[in-house]
Design a protein around this ligand. Sequence first.
Ligand SMILES: [Zn+2]
Length: 458
Amino acid sequence: MTELLFRGATVFTPRGPTRADVRVTDGVVAHIGNVDPVKGATVVDVRGTYLLPGAIDVHVHSRDPGFPDKEDFGTLTAAAAAGGVTTVIDMPNTVPAVDSAGVLEAKAALARSRARVDFGLWALVRSSTTPDQLRELAAAGAIGFKAYLGYALSVSRRQVTHSFETEDPDLEAPPDYGTLTRLGPELAEIGLPLVIHAEDAGVLNTFRRPLETYADVLASRPGEAESVAIAAAAAVAREHGFPLHIAHLSSASGLAAAEEAVSAGTKLTVETCPQYLWLSEADFPRISTWMKMNPPVKTLHDQATLRDGLKRGVITIVATDHAPHTDEEKSRDLEHALPGTPGVQTLYLSSLQLAKEMGDISLAPRWVAEAPAELGGLAESKGSIAPGYDADLVVVDPRQSTTFSPRMMRSRQKHGALNGMRVEFAIDSVYLRGMPVVNGGRVTAGAQGRMVRPASVG
Ligand SMILES: [Zn+2]
């Protein structure tokens, strides 16, 4: 039996912050309160710090297998650990795309050999996916399903690809609202969330144009692309009663559609990302193509509306859409630079900063740990500091500040869109199931990550 005793931190529990000791036995939180050390216990003096639940980033792209030049599970999870993210949920657009139980199991085995933090896997919905495949993916441990509305699949390369090409015989048509309608009964029966990339293909197709300026980017992917996709997918979800999750919400228009869907009774959850909460079109001259992403960062009005949606609890989750590319792929001209930014390492600190500016630091662990655990079906073991929960713990020092810089980044891609931002917190140490994975800001973890799966589904 191993005993660990954290002494004197401000502990962020589901009921709010409290000054307490936390006893951890064999990697599980055993007691919160005044604790006398038992013989042989390791005592960790954390006076003056915040003890927070490890974050669960429900939206990352490990690029593994498929694109080792961009990232792999080892570098992804080193960045995650360094940022206090103790569980990552990886998107299924790795290669081969995670469209069957066999592919999911092979990816899980690969991830286990490299992951420094715990991980879960989303499964892909193709336009050709069958109800049986959904059931097999659920049985294999998928956290839920992801449909990339408007993204085709190269059958020969087994790769999700954004394409407006309709003539290429190698491209399988993107999943659409018809696909969701067809699979609705099984999605409802299985009960796992369906995540959508919510930009309507019809709207995007109408507004396509060469991308010469950032105004072209905004005009080519308007907020209505989000609101149309959300309204349509929500109508299907409501009809069948399956849980729908909106990835990376970026617009005021999309937020309004989500809010309407919720008041109409849709089982709907919404995530946004730090880049949409902190950046706007005004930052493009400074950041250039490093902030090219889909959906694009929009206006200051969108940013303010998203912050308000988060404050009002319409948006409950902050995730990153961590999507690294190589420097060469990001430094091309606006038209050809690949979309996406790394972000997993800056999720917690940027969220703490925003929560502080909103006047309540305890909002941050709700956005990045508690609500994500609920979405992933992990809320019985992760996302909170409470007795019986995994001791995924982050020690944050509020007396130190951090400026995001390429030098500190553990991802293979060093140039995140938030680089240069200063926050009034620093990560001191991180524990995964009671094991130290970051110490004094240094990542010490080996490949000790385990796969997590939703509790309610076998
Ligand atoms: Zn993504």
